[in-house]
Design a protein around this ligand. Structure first.
Ligand code: MN
Ligand code: MN
Length: 319
């Protein structure tokens, strides 16, 4: 069960309202790498987890992320306090309020729809979505995703810290940022506490492909590094890159039943193109200057785009 403690996990001291900053802080409230996404990611993983250690870890961190959501949401609420009251009370003349909200940087959506309260949107007003949670119920995949999610959250907090000079906010954000570092460490330990954690899942990879590096983008800029050369790697390079890796002919086929085959053949026959046809089309009939070669003759074109602009400007304008 969940219980609520009225104290925040970290004390929030905001020096003065700043709606523009509040909008930016929403990134960690209802954004892709924000606290709600983190809490829901670990909560749902924890519910489905059978390993007692990981279940405990995931539910501990999920619950802490809800406390973080409360901290960042309280920062947003404090930063928007003036705006919220002015909107709710209609305290100013219309024009004055319009000017005030406009200048505050708060989005129209935040102002009009959410009334300046902390909304589950990101800094651009995009509503929070469960699509931010990418769990697959395979701990070696999910823990790697969690590690990446914690490092992204750390970076976003770092950027938010860099854009505010409010010491109280800086301090609270510094706490939240540091907790993401601690979470990353826990998830890294949990991943490596699984003895065979790579590759993910149960099925082994096919040996012939597991250590092949394909130089699929060839030319100047090709570079050797531990990611593609040395004893771990077989380099596939040059013309070999264009060959199917299985040694087959690289075509795609499917076995069809007789009914499916008949319908497929009928469609192929109906939509067959005639390479010997040279039909006159709308492009030929309506062709004007710059159309190039058409069945109406060579209508030419500009030498380059600057010339094209010049030609267009010189065309007569009907009056
Ligand atoms: Mn957090
Ligand atoms: Mn975290």
């Amino acid at each position: 069960m969940f219980m609520h403690n009225k104290r925040l996990q970290y004390t929030v001291r905001v020096a003065e309202p700043n709606p523009r900053l509040a909008t930016m802080m929403l990134e960690q409230f209802g954004g892709a790498d924000g606290e709600l996404a983190a809490a829901m990611r670990y909560f749902t993983q924890g519910l489905g987890e059978d390993d007692p250690g990981r279940k405990d870890l995931l539910l501990d961190i999920a619950t802490e992320e809800l406390s973080h959501l409360e901290v960042i949401g309280s920062i947003v609420a404090m930063l928007n306090k003036g705006v919220k009251a002015s909107l709710a009370e209609g305290a100013m003349a219309e024009a004055e309020l319009y000017r005030e909200i406009g200048a505050s940087g708060v989005s129209a959506k935040e102002a009009l729809l959410f009334g300046g309260g902390p909304a589950l949107i990101d800094s651009a007003g995009t509503p929070w979505t469960a699509a931010y949670v990418d769990s697959r119920s395979e701990p070696t995949a999910d823990l790697r995703s969690n590690i990446a999610a914690e490092s992204r959250a750390k970076i976003v907090y770092e950027r938010l810290i860099n854009i505010t000079d409010d010491p109280g906010i800086k301090e609270a954000l510094g706490f939240l940022m540091t907790r993401e570092i601690a979470h990353q460490k826990s998830f890294e330990k949990a991943l490596y506490a699984i003895e065979d954690n790579f590759p993910s899942g149960k099925l082994p990879g096919v040996a012939a492909y597991a250590s092949a590096y394909v130089n699929a983008s060839q030319g100047a800029g090709d570079m050797a590094g531990p990611w593609n050369s040395g004893e771990q790697w077989d380099l596939i390079d040059g013309a070999d890159v264009a060959k199917p890796m299985d040694g087959g002919d690289g075509t795609a086929t499917v076995g069809l039943g007789s009914d499916d085959r008949r319908v497929a053949e009928a469609m192929k026959a109906r939509t067959m193109s005639d390479p010997s046809a040279n039909p006159t089309t709308g492009a030929d009939l309506g062709a004007g200057p710059g159309a190039g070669r058409t069945s109406e003759g060579d209508l030419g074109g500009a030498a380059d785009i600057k010339d094209a602009v010049k030609m267009a400007r010189e065309m007569p304008v009907p009056n």
